[in-house]
Design a binder for this molecule. Structure first.
Ligand SMILES: [Fe+2]
Ligand SMILES: [Fe+2]
Length: 145
């Protein structure tokens, strides 16, 4: 899902949450298979996790950079610092996915799983920050609770 949905706060947040939920579920499957020493199945499932990050979250990130982010910057250059921070998060996501893929190629499943856990944390933190900075659908950190 892309285009207009990215510009609408609630729809955008729903995209984040659906993709993150699925990534979390898939990663749990990999972790269980790995713990049970079903290594071939764990590796196959881990490959699906990599594909999930590539086709959902990384594609979403690229669409944001090419569309939403550049439109925000064109309208208001004062947002450059926010957009640079969000884009840096995207670059870290790309690096983690790429590293996980490399670890899978060399059968280092434990290291790939560690990258998946980092991705789950980073993508959730990034999503909440993006929702706060772009849509103001999140309170400033520390402002609530
Ligand atoms: Fe993003
Ligand atoms: Fe987003």
């Amino acid at each position: 899902m892309s285009g207009p949905a990215l510009k609408q706060g609630n729809a955008h947040e729903a995209i984040h949450n659906a993709a993150l939920f699925e990534a979390d579920e898939l990663t749990t499957v990999v972790r269980q298979l790995h713990a049970e020493q079903m290594l071939d199945k764990a590796k196959a499932a881990a490959q699906l996790v990599v594909e999930h990050w590539q086709t959902r979250t990384l594609r979403h990130a690229t669409e944001e950079e090419e569309g939403l982010y550049s439109e925000i910057l064109a309208a208001n250059s004062e947002r450059a610092v926010d957009i640079a921070a969000l884009t840096h998060d995207h670059d870290l996501m790309r690096k983690l996915v790429s590293e996980a893929e490399t670890y899978l190629t060399s059968d280092e499943l434990k290291l790939a799983l560690a990258r998946f856990d980092m991705l789950l944390w980073l993508v959730e933190a990034h999503s909440r920050e993006e929702e706060r900075l772009i849509f103001a659908t999140r309170p400033t950190e520390g402002a609530s609770k």
